[in-house]
Design a protein. Structure first.
Lengths: 115, 111
């Protein structure tokens, strides 16, 4: 089954304790992206990647890191989480080959609470 | 990517048609118009997309203005399950560049 899988789905952590949210897709998609969603602010992009070893900042990259060492995985790293990073996080992926529709597939979300 | 403008919220009655507008006056010739929706407590899901011609699928219809500067997502008979936030997004067909979401339109459906 084609899917984007995020882990963990729920996490409560404390300020400063490094954490990684994993994202994996099984559709051989080139494009992957991380978004955060907060009440009243819609979906805001954190980082995105057009292919392996190619990443770029989105609208709200501060406090986050990403890597794209393999095509299928795009982990989101919070080196020193702070309470303002408490949010709902979504990973998404799509094809970007010419001629494809570019439909985005989303994971189920990871709800992170930083105390 | 070109910017889109949508109303913050709309209301509809159950079993009536709903027309969700989107303005994209700076659209380029190679931009596809995509619509996604996000049901409560779920990730966004694809609804429909189009380039120039009107499109229909099992979920909705997409009406694209002749000058492509605006489009309308049409839900033919709204159900309570259609209550969601609807996002209109442009994506270049050639480069398939980065996807930026706006705040979308929150659709409420009254029984």
């Amino acid at each position: 089954e084609a899917q984007v899988t995020q882990n963990p789905r729920y996490l409560i952590t404390v300020t400063g304790k490094k954490l990684t949210v994993t994202c994996s897709q099984n559709m051989n998609h080139e494009y992957m992206s991380w978004y955060r969603q907060d009440p009243g602010l819609g979906l805001r992009q954190i980082y995105y990647s057009m292919n392996v070893e190619v990443t770029d900042k989105g609208d709200v990259p501060e406090g986050y890191k990403v890597s794209r060492k393999e095509k299928r995985n795009f982990p989101l790293i919070l080196e020193s989480p702070s309470p303002n990073q408490t949010s709902l996080y979504f990973c998404a992926s799509s094809l970007i080959r010419t001629g494809s529709t570019g439909e985005l597939f989303f994971g189920e979300g990871s709800r992170l609470t930083v105390l | 990517d070109a910017k889109t403008t949508q109303p913050n919220s709309m209301e509809s009655n159950e079993e009536e048609p709903v027309h969700l507008p989107c303005n994209h006056s700076t659209i380029s010739g190679t931009d596809y118009i995509h619509w996604y929706r996000q049901l409560p407590s779920q990730g966004p899901e694809y609804v429909i997309h189009g380039l120039t011609s009107n499109v229909n699928n099992r979920m909705a219809s997409l009406a694209i203005a002749e000058d492509r500067k605006s489009s309308t997502l049409i839900l033919h008979r709204a159900t309570l399950r259609d209550a969601a936030v609807y996002y209109c997004i442009l994506r270049d067909a050639g480069s398939q560049g980065n996807l930026i979401f706006g705040k979308g339109t929150k659709l409420s459906v009254k029984p």
